[in-house]
Ligand binder design. Structure first.
Ligand code: ZN
Length: 141
C-alpha cells in the first residue's frame, strides 16, 4: 500500500533554493527538524521569511541586507603607475584609494572585473582603460 505522507523543508524566500539542496535528505518529517537543519547551515529567519546563506549579508554597520550581492568590485587607475587595478570589497565599503589612484568603476561584480582585466590586460593608458570600460559596460550591463 502506498500512502501519502506530509514532509517539510525550508525554502529561501529570496532565491527559492531548498535547505535540503546541499544535504543527503530531501525533506524532514517535522517542521522543527527542517528548521533546525537550515539554521545549522547558516540560514536565517527575518520577519517570518527564511533566507539561505547566499541571500543575505551584513554591511559595515551590521545592517542586514537581503538578496543583494555581498561584494562589489572597484576598478582603480594609477596614472603614476600607468596601470589599473581591480579590488573586491564588501558592500558598504567606502574607503577611497590612495590619492594617485582614481576610481573608474564601482558597480561591477568581481566576475565582470576579472573578465574585463583579462580582455585588456593591466598595463594601459587611462584613456584606453576608460574607453574599453565604457564599451565593456555597454556590452555587459
Ligand atoms: Zn537564497
Amino acid at each position: 500500500m502506498i500512502q501519502e505522507v506530509k514532509m517539510y523543508t525550508v525554502i529561501c524566500d529570496n532565491c527559492k533554493k531548498s535547505a535540503d539542496d546541499d544535504t543527503d535528505y530531501s525533506c524532514w518529517n517535522d517542521k522543527n527538524a527542517a528548521k533546525e537543519i537550515a539554521m545549522e547551515a547558516s540560514w536565517i529567519t527575518e520577519d517570518d521569511n527564511d533566507y539561505c546563506p547566499d541571500c543575505y549579508s551584513y554591511d559595515d554597520y551590521n545592517n542586514l541586507i537581503i538578496g543583494k550581492p555581498k561584494t562589489f568590485c572597484r576598478i582603480e587607475y594609477s596614472q603614476k603607475e600607468g596601470l589599473f587595478n581591480i579590488e573586491e570589497h564588501p558592500i558598504g565599503y567606502q574607503k577611497i584609494p590612495y590619492p594617485d589612484w582614481k576610481i573608474l568603476s564601482d558597480n561591477l561584480t568581481i566576475e565582470q572585473c576579472t573578465q574585463f582585466s583579462e580582455e585588456i590586460g593591466f598595463n594601459n593608458s587611462l584613456d584606453k582603460v576608460q574607453t574599453e570600460l565604457r564599451k565593456f559596460i555597454a556590452k555587459n550591463l
